[in-house]
Design a protein around this ligand. Sequence first.
Ligand code: FES
Length: 123
Amino acid sequence: MRTPGRRDSANEANDDMSEISFQRAIAAVDLPEGQMRAVQIGARSILLCRTREGWYALDDICTHAYAKLHEGRLRGNRLICPLHGASYDCRSGAVLGAPAIQPLKTYPVRHVGDDIEVACDRP
Ligand code: FES
């Protein structure tokens, strides 16, 4: 788990990716553990999930059809679509349950001070 105000080695690796630009997404205190929230970063709607294992950022739209995943449920690391019940692993975007087939795109996340930042490529 990442600690506020500290950069761990995974985050340092992200810092080495000079083409990636991190942007502030949310204050860490505004999203309790076990919850998720959609945030707008540039033109993208990003789903932030906070679990016991850490922070994760993914596309907010289900790959099966058009549904906003932030309207679904987060159970541990399992993200469940509100429309037809597909499920994903929020850590990797991998599909855990049908009817979705394609994984969700994920984005690098880091903790800087009191904030959570996400790196999005240009849409
Ligand atoms: S839109 Fe998400 S499972 Fe169908």
